[in-house]
Design a protein around this ligand. Structure first.
Ligand SMILES: O=C(O)CCC(=O)C(=O)O
Length: 240
């Protein structure tokens, strides 16, 4: 499968595009696989978010990172040829995988304050791929994007409310732009640019999880950059 010219145009204009059912065949198997891996115990780089909210269920089921370094199925999913081809198309260059993550987001878990990924990963260009492994709607803390925000450069960061966000920094949203929550089904995939503001709110349900597989790619000719003062998460006063 390759992306259509319309999907590529949508990505260029809005900074994101959803491709339905791209991972539909694997989604259930991926949940089972990662639940099993999680149950094995701690993995390198686990994060339940800021420690000022010890009751956040994310601490019991922390986010996993860079599983492709120690988990063969992750390497296969993250380098699925049609996925990489789609990222190549959006980058207009050869995609290079630099990060994988698995968010479990159990019932009651905090979300992640709205941000640009390049406020964390200072390489350009950068693309995020967000694979919904199960139904993701408002009540479970669906993915939220700010379409068009990628056209505003790297934005200022300010402290986020860690009562609702497991990270401590958020972007200032440019005037005139609005956030949009994305209803997604198991296997739907969101491609989003490194400067597209995105994030999520808390999972307010008592019994539903919101598990997501996330990959980040840079182009083969991407360059590292130094963020201007006030535009990187490290420039926000740390929360424990
Ligand atoms: O899934 C979420 O809640 C946010 C994900 C995110 O911010 C990211 O993939 O960079």
């Amino acid at each position: 499968m390759t992306l259509s010219p319309e999907q590529i145009d949508h990505y260029r204009e809005k900074g994101c595009v959803v491709v339905p059912r791209f991972f539909a065949a694997e989604a259930r198997q991926m949940i089972d696989h990662y639940m099993q891996r999680r149950a094995e115990g701690p993995k390198p780089g686990d994060s339940g978010g800021t420690t000022d909210q010890p009751g956040d269920p994310n601490h019991q089921v922390p986010r996993m990172i860079n599983m492709h370094n120690w988990d063969e199925p992750t390497q296969e999913w993250a380098t699925r040829p049609d996925l990489v081809t789609a990222v190549d198309q959006l980058l207009g260059d050869q995609a290079v995988l630099i990060q994988t993550m698995l968010y479990f987001k159990p019932p009651g878990a905090r979300g992640q304050a709205l941000h640009q990924d390049q406020q964390y990963i200072t390489i350009d260009p950068l693309i995020g791929v967000w694979v919904s492994l199960e139904k993701s709607d408002r009540s479970v803390g669906q993915m939220v994007v700010v379409p068009g925000s990628h056209q505003h450069g790297l934005l200022e960061v300010e402290a986020a409310d860690t009562a609702v966000s497991f990270t401590n920094a958020q972007s200032l949203i440019p005037e005139g732009l609005e956030e949009v929550g994305l209803d997604m089904e198991a296997g739907d995939v969101l491609f989003f640019a490194g400067k597209t503001i995105h994030g999520s709110y808390a999972n307010t349900t008592a019994d539903r999880w919101r598990r997501t597989f996330i990959c980040h790619y840079v182009s083969a000719h991407a360059e590292k950059f130094t963020p201007p003062q006030g535009r990187h998460v490290s420039h926000v006063k740390a929360t424990p």
